[in-house]
Design a protein. Sequence first.
Length: 372
Amino acid sequence: MSFFVYGRDAKTGEVVKRFFSAAPTEAQARRDGEALGIEVTDVVRCRADERAAALASSERVGAGVVNLSPSEMAAAPASPTLDAETEGFKRELEQLTPNVYITYALMGLNVLVFVVMLMSGASFTDPNVADLLRWGAEYGPKTTADEPWRLLSAMFVHIGSMHLVMNMIVLAYIGPIVERMIGNFGFLLLYLASGIGGGVLGLYWNPLLVHAGASGAIFGVYAGLLGLLLRQHGTIPPSMASGLRNFALIFVGYNLLYSFKPGVGMSVHLGGLATGFVCGLVLGQPSAAAQHRHRGLRPDSIRLRHSGRADALSASGRNAAVSRSLRGARSQVQQSVQGCVRRCSTQRGEECNACRVERRKGCIGSQISGTR
């Protein structure tokens, strides 16, 4: 007789499928699976045609045991218990946070700002610096002088249609998942804190670069998800957790490499990443669900709860941190301005007209925009 054995690898927690071609009974197949380090959840007897296909397309690794090829694994019968666990978790999330209106509200606000920019005469594909600054892009001299609100507004200003579309596609994918996990208010805190954190690091890194876009906040959402997975390890079904974790790591890794291209706000991405990860750790304190799972309760009995740690990210605490950061960034901006004036004087024998005009305004800046 032949059996498909389903379960999780005891070391990695990954979902495992194994085909046993010569097990006499279901109980023996279960024992053989456990001997390989599998936490067995299901044993399914296979039909003759399934056995022939498995033997023909698989690699033998032991007496009567074969590793299924990717195509055979996909064709093997699904595990009822694992499928029920994943579906049950999805239902729990929907019950926990029935509506994910924050994600869609943020997407709508980003699109609305871009439409209004177009109506005011901004370019559809490549808005100029003047348009970006007029609609709230971040720029060190202005942000640290008397317009700190740019740390917030810059998250909703995008440098062209492609920049907007790419960010919104990513937000539409990851936003609803994370919002259901930590709740509407928690997700809003995560998004805004990540965007502001990225903007603050951008001020330190390159205060004369114009930054705009939601990438810093979205980086923070992904990093927040990683923090949640670390703190609530036992709460999320391994099959779903591994997929989310791998997708997030690929996205973050690719974008960090892309950030090294000229004109891209790498510092904003890194700042959003770090801030979001910390927020995820705070908002993702292990809940009762994790404890229930470790005690062996069935998935349907799990009830996730929103962490009360959202209060730790209070408005007063965030305002104090931003104020301290702005004071430090203001000093950095002044040094950059003075350096620009000195270079003009050295290379041209006198201060250039552009520098004089900008110095009278209290700021000197580059005409290069950094996407984020």
